[in-house]
Design a protein around this ligand. Structure first.
Ligand code: URA
Length: 436
């Protein structure tokens, strides 16, 4: 029996190297015991085996996710799959195979937890000479390292730490480090977390190790690459924990003002800095936004990001939300088909839009598309007639109507698409001038 001791629960590199060496040495799965180091124990020495073997990119990608699951048998399960694949079995085509089903189930759970972590960590703002955002999270799986890396890539200019019971991740603007974690009963609430951080910050950061986070490799012999997670759009500046919008966001997560909460995954609240001069209002979250929990991160968000960049607007400086905060859809087979929200749903959700408008007091409220324009102007709006100019409203707000980015995606002909895209960018440039 060969004993492999991995350095920690997410020692992807260790698992990868051991797997390579054991497969090449012909050690079958039933002759390997996998463990995570608890004291100073070592496993059996692994020899540098010569040779190579083929494992598909898809299997490596699956393993790199499933290894993050809080499931003790995952190392042997994944080794067995690699062993079988190397023996010529096309394992990923065996949908009913018990090993494949279990690995896919673990990967799915990890992905879901990764989404949750990336959208649900709320940060305390630690002011002072060295400003820092500090979050605490209790992950269901070992998703901290891979996701801290992703958040760091997007947050790049901000220093932050995310503490969990098993470990902490720390980004100082240039380097990601990992430290031991902190138990929940030590940091019971925000005040507890703040005071614990004040006492332990220096020591914790001094001893934190520079991170090599989990990352799937194309082949097991190759260098690790960034994690295989979907793009998310830029991370926006977190709100201060005592901001009224934070409380509203929390309350809205349980909204029952209309029936749309039932089939939807979650409420998708607005995001952006509380000092934003402009608020962009879409219709409702789409399929991806519903899963990820953030507005405009799917295809419409991507075209909007591109147009904003072209117009010179930095998405991180604007507030982005929707007229309706739940995804309305019709299930069709495995797909969820978008359905336009109706007036009672728009009216019910205006409550949350009002909370956002009152808190932000933006110079301009940009309604993108018919639903948002109806929500802002309180009547049906012909976009072509109202588009592209400031509209003073009875309540003192200034609205600006433009097309919805998905309209650009739906246009069938390339010429019309290019023309309408240019017109959208021109509207964004006007917006920039109006808020200057
Ligand atoms: N469309 C919207 O109106 N809002 C989103 O958040 C995404 C797509």
């Amino acid at each position: 029996m060969r004993r492999v001791v991995l350095a920690n629960e997410t020692d992807w590199d260790g698992w990868r190297k051991a797997t390579r060496s054991l497969v090449l040495a012909g050690v079958p799965p039933e002759a390997v015991r996998w463990a995570v180091r608890s004291h100073d124990e070592d496993g059996d020495p692994l020899r540098e085996e010569q040779g190579s073997f083929g494992v598909s990119k898809a299997l490596v990608s699956l393993a790199s996710l499933a290894i993050q699951a809080r499931e003790p048998s995952r190392f042997e399960l994944l080794y067995r799959l690699v062993w079988r694949a190397n023996a010529g079995e096309r394992v990923l085509e065996l949908d009913e195979d018990e090993d494949v089903r279990r690995a896919r189930g673990l990967a799915f759970a990890v992905r879901a937890e990764a989404h949750r972590m990336r959208t649900q960590v709320r940060y305390l703002s630690i002011e002072g000479a060295d400003p820092h955002f500090l979050g605490w999270y209790e992950p269901a799986h070992f998703v901290l390292e891979a996701n801290a890396q992703l958040i760091a890539q997007r947050f790049s200019h901000l220093a932050f730490s995310i503490m969990t019971p098993e470990g902490g991740a720390h980004w100082d603007g240039s380097e990601l480090r990992f430290s031991p974690g902190v138990a929940r009963d030590v940091v019971r609430d925000d005040a507890g977390l703040r005071s614990w951080w004040g006492k332990h910050r220096t020591g914790l950061l001094r001893h934190a190790r520079v991170g090599t986070a989990i990352a799937p490799a194309e082949e097991l012999d190759e260098e690790p690459r960034p994690p295989d997670l979907p793009p998310l759009g830029p991370v926006v500046l977190p709100l201060k924990p005592d901001d009224p919008l934070q409380a509203a966001m929390h309350e809205a997560s349980d909204c029952r003002r209309c029936h749309l909460w039932q089939p939807a995954t979650q409420t998708v609240f607005g995001e952006g800095p509380a000092h934003a001069k402009v608020i962009f209002i879409g219709e409702q979250p789409g399929d991806q936004e519903d899963v990820i929990g953030r507005p405009f991160v799917g295809p419409a968000g991507q075209i909007m990001d591109r147009a904003m960049e072209e117009a010179g607007l930095d998405r991180r400086t604007v507030y982005i939300t929707n007229a309706v905060k739940h995804f309305k859809f019709e299930p069709r087979g495995k797909r969820r088909i978008h359905k336009t929200p109706e007036t009672p749903e728009i009216r019910a959700c205006r409550f949350w839009l009002d909370v956002e408008l009152v808190r932000l007091q933006p110079k301009l409220a940009v309604a993108m598309g018919g639903t948002a324009a109806r929500a802002m102007l309180g009547r049906a709006v012909t976009i072509t007639r109202e588009r592209g100019r400031p509209i003073e409203l009875a309540d003192g707000q200034t609205a600006f109507v433009t097309v919805h980015p998905s309209f650009l995606l739906r246009l069938p002909d390339e010429e019309a698409k290019a023309r309408e895209y240019r017109a959208f960018v021109a509207d964004l440039r006007k917006i920039l001038e109006l808020i200057a």
